[in-house]
Design a protein around this ligand. Structure first.
Ligand code: FO1
Length: 313
């Protein structure tokens, strides 16, 4: 079954790994949020692309979910020694990725081309597709003013109340040809359990993307990133609350109305199932928390089964 998964960082990478484990090689394409990307010390850093790439290459740091395992931070220590505030933890091996990406982008390659080459060199079997090739940057409106995404997320530890989200550059973004052809060829689409506002939201906001997904007639299954009223990781729950969404699996399902035809919730949210079904989605209730590799593959298998039940092409 050819599957296109839409994903942000850590939660998305876990499910993508589970899907990859149960699909045939080459059957998975992942469309990845790039609105967290930013420039640091002259380098282009793409956190969600890299989290996905390292996870699918078997290199990820399993404790943090981002970065490379058994990483050293000597370059960062030197940057600190020069008096810089080293608030974003770029490891030595990770740095190599940003150096090469930046060099290749400057030489005129697209982010799609650069990502394919880097992921291919690390042995990743799936297609990793940036949501667009144009730079898009999330800015978060807070009582302290407008913050760059990583400033909000990492430097200030997500402590600010989120009053709104701006996607700078989104108007100039285009659905890349590789994403359009992956969607045309897909038998099913999976919305990974990523933050619906700042991870999946930017992907859907690329002009033409939402329309392409709405008109996609095969099954579209979303997995809730909210379990028991809390985000599996990160600030999705707080963000949903301050932006006026109900913080529940049902609240997330409402955000995917007209997009998803199937919705996966955790057993602890089972009582929300019937109301989610009234939104026109078939609900699967299961253990939606991925604690280890077995959980990822099990959830991947269950998601694909729901896609088949919904009539994957
Ligand atoms: N997240 C952190 O919380 N602290 C960090 O220092 C940090 C460094 C980092 C370096 C490379 C990379 O690819 C990701 C990194 N992340 C870090 C994760 C990242 O900022 C966020 O998880 C995503 O942007 C949200 O999806």
């Amino acid at each position: 079954m050819r599957v296109v998964a839409l994903a942000g960082g850590v939660g998305g990478a876990k499910l993508a790994a589970g899907l990859e484990a149960v699909l045939e090689p080459g059957e998975l394409s992942v469309v990845i949020n790039t609105a967290d990307d930013f420039d640091l010390w002259g380098l282009r850093v793409c956190p969600d692309l890299d989290t996905m790439m390292y996870t699918l290459a078997g290199l990820a740091n399993s404790e943090t979910g981002w970065g490379i395992r058994e990483e050293s931070f000597d370059a960062l220590a030197m940057i600190s020694a020069y008096g810089e505030d080293a608030w974003f933890k770029l490891g030595d091996r990770d740095l190599a990725t940003h150096v090469l990406r930046t060099q290749r982008l400057r030489a005129g390659k697209s982010l799609t081309e650069v990502t394919a080459a880097l992921a291919g060199a690390l042995g990743v079997r799936s297609s990793l597709l940036p949501m667009c090739d144009e730079p898009v940057a999330t800015a978060v409106k807070t009582p302290e003013g407008l913050l760059e995404f990583q400033e909000y997320f990492v430097r200030r530890g997500q402590r600010d109340e989120v009053l709104g989200v701006e996607l700078r550059g989104i108007g100039e973004a285009r659905v890349p040809d590789g994403v359009a052809s992956a969607l045309t060829a897909a038998d099913a689409i999976v919305f990974c359990p990523s933050n619906p506002i700042v991870s999946i939201g930017p992907i859907l906001a690329v002009p033409g993307m939402r329309e392409a997904l709405v008109s996609f007639s095969a099954p579209k299954v979303a997995v809730s990133p909210i379990v028991g009223g809390k985000a599996l990781k990160g600030p999705a729950d707080e963000m949903m609350r301050t932006l006026g969404y109900e913080v529940s699996a049902l609240g997330v399902a409402g955000m995917y109305e007209e997009l998803a035809t199937g919705f996966v919730i955790d057993r602890s949210d089972a009582e929300e199932g019937p109301e989610i079904e009234t939104l026109g989605m078939r609900v699967l209730t299961t253990d939606a928390v991925m604690r280890d590799e077995d959980d990822r593959a099990r959830l991947g298998r269950e998601v694909l089964k729901l896609c088949s039940d919904l009539g994957a092409r």
